[in-house]
Design a protein around this ligand. Structure first.
Ligand SMILES: [Zn+2]
Length: 309
């Protein structure tokens, strides 16, 4: 199976990402608060079943099930000695989900889950070492790209980008999680970073793709606003993976209630704004991704026809 490198493929056409992993793991029986990444080793069949549904729904890119796969995160579940194994298995399972088709496996690095000194207990060196270790495991296992995602601070994002580059990742994606402000006028990360600053930082630090995912109140329309703000600062390819609406607590369970029909309305506006990879985050399902695929293909088909006229 030969395919162009991800960045080259994006120059030809936009690609479809995948949907949520965490909420799908819960549906598959993962208990709240337990280690979802451990399933790469304990229940690879269940992780594969989820990712295969995304691949079958039309995803071109699948994120590995390694969001909490850094030593610091795995240590909370007594799995610190399994960093390499968890991340390697994560890449292999995502690759398998494509069933031999040409697809892109994006090695996922989530936040380390704490604060660095002077605000928290972790030293920069600890975080750097944890990201270096995870990025190396993902790249060694053959990931086509690394995404540093759900980031809120530039310090942590910077360590992640450096780690991915040091590991030799063929493509490095930085992805921020924004929250809409209380008055609804704008959005920024929990640590106060706005899209312009994040995009400029990523470009300066050598990221290849500037992205956003997750967040609070960041629906597809807000995501488009973020994209426009990114675009004013950087010519780099952009990637967007919003949540399926706002989380609500129903019967003590977190529920995301934006349907595929509602969410898919935002896909073409994102493509028109120049987004290169569109996917979705928490609460989205293979049905959301299938709807995205149809909308995207129809849009690209129209575009080609217009070009020929
Ligand atoms: Zn999310």
């Amino acid at each position: 199976m030969t395919k162009p490198p991800l960045l080259q493929a994006l120059r030809a056409r936009p690609l479809l990402g995948d949907g949520a992993m965490g909420t799908q793991l819960m549906i598959a029986g993962l208990a709240q608060g337990s280690c979802g990444e451990e399933w790469n080793l304990a229940h690879p069949d269940r992780v594969l079943a989820i990712q295969r549904r995304y691949a079958d729904a039309g995803s071109d890119c699948i994120l590995t099930n390694t969001f909490g796969g850094s030593r610091i995160m795995l240590n909370r579940h007594g799995n610190a000695d399994r960093v390499a194994a968890v991340n390697q298995a994560g890449v292999e399972i995502a690759r398998q989900a494509f069933d031999g088709r040409a697809g892109y496996v994006i090695g996922d690095i989530g936040p380390f889950g704490g604060l660095m000194e002077p605000y928290g207990d972790f030293t920069e060196e600890q975080v750097r070492a944890a990201f270096n270790e995870q990025a190396k495991a993902l790249v060694d296992a053959g990931a086509d790209a690394i995404i540093i995602e759900t980031q809120t601070s530039l310090e942590e994002l910077g360590l992640g980008i450096e780690a991915a580059k040091a590991a030799g990742a063929p493509c490095v994606i930085g992805s921020m999680a924004y929250d809409v402000t209380l008055d609804g006028s704008t959005f920024r990360t929990m640590m106060g970073i706005d899209p312009e600053r994040a995009a400029a930082f990523m470009q300066e630090h050598g990221a290849d793709i500037v992205a956003l995912n997750c967040g609070t109140g960041m629906d597809m329309a807000r995501a488009r606003q973020a994209v426009e703000r990114y675009r004013k600062v950087t010519p780099l390819p952009l990637m967007v993976q919003p949540n399926a609406g706002q989380p609500k607590l129903v019967d003590m369970k977190v529920v995301y209630d934006e349907t595929p029909e509602q969410m898919v309305k935002g896909v073409v506006p994102l493509l028109e704004a120049g987004v290169s990879i569109v996917g979705a985050c928490c609460g989205s399902t293979p049905d959301h991704i299938r709807a995205f695929r149809l909308a995207m293909d129809e849009h690209l088909c129209h575009e080609n026809q217009t070009l020929r006229h």
